[in-house]
Design a protein around this ligand. Structure first.
Ligand SMILES: Nc1ncnc2c1ncn2[C@@H]1O[C@H](COP(=O)(O)OP(=O)(O)OP(=O)(O)O)[C@@H](O)[C@H]1O
Ligand SMILES: Nc1ncnc2c1ncn2[C@@H]1O[C@H](COP(=O)(O)OP(=O)(O)OP(=O)(O)O)[C@@H](O)[C@H]1O
Ligand SMILES: [Mg+2]
Ligand SMILES: [Mg+2]
Lengths: 229, 229
């Protein structure tokens, strides 16, 4: 489903350039449950942002279902993100003026073609799964850190995407809440064949993964495929 | 150093009220290394915000070094926060238009009475300790999640406060980086007598603590003092 071919990513910094990724090669097949592990500053978010078409590589290419993402039009990229992809951002990126319900409903509205009753059913169902049924009307600034994280998770999963990119999705969650979220994700992986790529420092997430890709200083230093399903 | 006396905290939510804390009683002595543990949404951030004078209780009182904080003037509160207290916020609260160096220098500037050479020495020293010597000129949006967290940590510690409140300070840090930060904090606790109160889900932090206070649904449900130093 994803091929990352010789990708580099440079950020301008005043008169310097910071190279966050150095010639990264990575293939992720449909149905995988892969984690990207590495120290702070090693390039995990940068890599996920490129796979998720939130940013473009400086060099190399990202291929999603056979299409080179940098050659897609804005319209095609938008459709790809809406229909095939769910993204749980490290800083959540919730819309502050919308309620919890409205944040999670938004991708369904943008997709179009789903009536209000079905939208309501799906939004309430996914929010119940992440333990936020009592918070539908809260705005993001009326929630705890872990509650905001779970809204971000619900929003990424409500469209039932083929690929979910999750940037440290359990960082702000206690053990019980985190395990509950991981169960939900493992269920989507096993029953619906949803592909998951996580960035994480959380050993619970690593233990569930069928594969751990280790990055260090912008390079893949280890790519272990093991059978843990 | 801190007494929390029968504190309640209510948040208005439309026509309802959310009670985040119910009659919390807690004393923290000088030099303690205490963690507040609890599930997502249990009231940890709310409690730290009250202790740190970032918010006011609905009922009850917080006493800092013998002074009831809600009876202090704004000027006295500001001095207390600048001179005695360091706060590592869950969402970091960095100033986006300032560089890493400037973010960490800011509390020293606000204190006054420290010359530019001494400020430079102290800022560079603490940033070296948190592994960010090469990022002095970066702005917060040019950093990874864990790098931003470490800037928040450095900013809280640069004034050598008597009390440090840390709201999940290792959530975005990998093991090696997280352990390095915890070592720094333990050192300040043992050598300078700095009091630490952490909110956390991280077992590494809990293991280092001399005391774990468990909260659940806005109540202290367990307050264990053990000798782990
Ligand atoms: N916009 C930017 N401008 C300049 N440098 C950047 C920018 N974004 C990231 N970087 C740098 O690129 C490197 C990789 O960042 P990235 O966010 O991918 O790390 P990460 O592995 O996700 O770290 P963390 O675990 O702390 O979230 C870091 O050294 C960071 O400082
Ligand atoms: N501004 C607010 N308005 C309304 N409710 C709020 C507000 N801030 C917090 N709450 C609610 O108060 C409760 C406690 O929130 P708090 O942020 O203290 O939890 P926490 O223990 O820090 O959780 P986490 O581990 O997820 O960060 C939560 O149920 C939250 O939804
Ligand atoms: Mg990151
Ligand atoms: Mg919190």
């Amino acid at each position: 489903i994803i091929e990352v071919r010789g990708v580099t990513k440079d950020y301008p910094l005043g008169q310097l350039t910071v190279r966050a990724l150095h010639g990264v090669e990575l293939c992720v097949d449909r149905g995988e449950f892969t984690t990207i592990a590495g120290p702070s500053g090693s390039g995990k978010t940068t890599l996920l942002n490129l796979i998720g078409c939130v940013d473009v590589p400086t060099g190399g290419s990202v291929v999603f279902d056979g299409a080179v993402t940098s050659s897609l039009s804005d319209r095609e990229l938008t459709r790809l993100r809406l229909e095939k992809l769910g993204f749980i951002f490290q800083s959540f990126n919730l819309v502050q003026v919308l309620s919890v319900f409205q944040n999670v409903e938004l991708p369904l509205l943008l997709q179009g073609g789903i009536d209000v009753a079905e939208r309501k059913r799906r939004v309430e169902s996914i929010l119940d799964r992440v333990g936020l049924s009592r918070f539908l009307r809260h705005r993001p600034n009326e929630l705890s850190g872990g509650q905001r994280q779970r809204v971000a998770i619900a929003r990424a999963l409500v469209t039932k995407p083929r690929l979910v990119l999750a940037d440290e999705p359990t960082a702000n969650l206690d053990s019980v809440t985190g395990n509950s979220i991981l169960e939900l994700m493992k269920e989507l992986n096993q029953q619906d064949g949803t592909t998951f790529i996580f960035s994480t420092h959380d050993h619970r997430v690593m233990e569930l993964a069928s594969r751990i890709v280790r990055v260090q200083d912008g390079r893949v230093v280890e790519d272990g495929r093991g059978d843990k399903s």
